[in-house]
Design a protein around this ligand. Structure first.
Ligand code: FES
Ligand SMILES: [Fe+2]
Length: 372
């Protein structure tokens, strides 16, 4: 399947504008044709967080998920190998696995075609009445699988470089917090939806230029001064680091939650294209988010959170409330931006090349990926 790419004239125009410090065209945030190109070139060819390692710990464990528009399933087979497949039946396209669980085979609910945990087609009801059924060639299509700590990723593109290459310096940065990622306990998932293009939502995530204006609680806790708030990029990653304000640590200044008991640095990372990793200052914790387009003007996603097992409920809830408060503040900003971009009255925005350098990096990746 292939959707039309960018016209050469547009490619040159957009490339030159980015070079000069302008944003991607406003139309790229509303145009269904751009979204179709993103589905094919960005989402179908990148590493996507789809499951937790504890969900596929034993033989026969499976989890059905999706990579943007592509249904996928991850399953641990009898040999202990973790396999990933496009979760689309080779008969007439029904999704094969539903939800999660433990099975010895994967059976499609439509006509009961049955696949092994290695993806091979094992049984076809009434198959003996057909003369030319090419059973050997009807295995589930494979996707790449990779893991880091409690996170399982797949990539539908078998040619893409391995997961660790995409993660770059992020695992080392998370390790700097001093806690053991594998020792954390899964706390829960929260699903959400925002009325904006997926790029608007992530670009908002990528700058803290708006923090002093839009996030009073966040800015009381963390030093958001541009000389203290650190921005850095790798090939496919962007990182932000913020220190807890000394006055908060001393107890001289009130804060949304007590950030003592661990790292005094908060970390916020984006792994291209749509996986964000948040380590709040304080007790051992990590939260991750997946951001997916649901049409050009809507982003849906989920947030999974882990804590050290000994962190009490009350303390977890305070940290979660802090993160959600910031998220709510961001959502209304993003929805307003979407209305502005959709007006068609302003062709492109201006990037603050210092304060918004992570947005420039992200938009460059979007542009290069869509250019092919
Ligand atoms: S579509 Fe799966 S068995 Fe028919
Ligand atoms: Fe924000």
């Amino acid at each position: 399947v292939s959707v039309p790419g960018l016209a050469e004239a547009e490619r040159q125009r957009v490339g030159a504008a980015l070079e000069d410090g302008w944003t991607l065209p406003a139309s790229w945030y509303t145009d269904p044709a751009v979204l179709a190109l993103e589905q094919e070139r960005v989402f179908a060819r990148s590493w996507q967080y789809v499951a937790r390692a504890d969900q596929v710990a034993g033989p026969g464990d499976f989890v059905a998920s999706r990579v943007a528009h592509i249904p996928v399933v991850v399953v641990r087979d009898e040999t202990g190998a973790l396999n990933g497949f496009v979760n689309v039946c080779r008969h007439r396209g029904h999704e094969v696995a539903v939800g999660e669980g433990n099975r010895r085979t994967l059976q499609c609910p439509y006509h009961a075609w049955t696949y092994g945990l290695d993806g091979c087609l094992r049984a076809v009801p009434r198959g003996e009445r057909e003369r030319d059924l090419p059973v050997e060639g009807l295995s589930l299509h494979r996707v790449q699988v990779g893991t880091w700590g409690p996170f399982v990723f797949v990539n539908p593109d078998l040619e893409s470089p391995p997961l660790l290459e995409t993660l770059g310096d992020v695992p080392a940065a998370v390790a700097e917090t001093g806690f053991d990622l594998d020792a954390l306990e899964f706390d829960g998932r929260w699903e959400w939806s925002i009325g904006c293009n997926w790029k608007v939502a992530l670009e908002n995530y990528l700058e803290c230029y708006h923090c002093p204006v839009a996030h009073p609680g966040f800015s009381e806790l963390l030093d958001v001064d541009p000389d203290a708030y650190a921005l850095s990029t790798g090939n496919y990653t962007s990182s932000q680091r913020a220190e807890v304000r000394p006055a908060v640590l001393n107890g001289d200044r009130p804060a949304a939650y007590d950030p003592s008991g661990g790292s005094t640095v908060a970390q916020y990372h984006l792994v291209w294209p749509n996986f964000t990793i948040n380590v709040e200052a304080g007790v051992p914790n990590i939260g991750v988010d997946v951001w997916l387009p649901d049409g050009p003007g809507r982003t849906i996603g989920w947030s999974d959170r882990w804590f050290a097992p000994d962190v009490p409920r009350g303390q977890r809830d305070e940290m979660i409330a802090f993160a959600r408060q910031v998220g709510d503040e961001d959502n209304s900003l993003c929805e307003s931006v979407q209305r502005g971009l959709a007006s068609g009255m302003v062709a492109r925005g201006r990037i603050m090349r210092e304060s918004e350098q992570l947005i420039a990096h992200f938009q460059r990746l979007v542009f290069e990926t869509l250019s092919g």
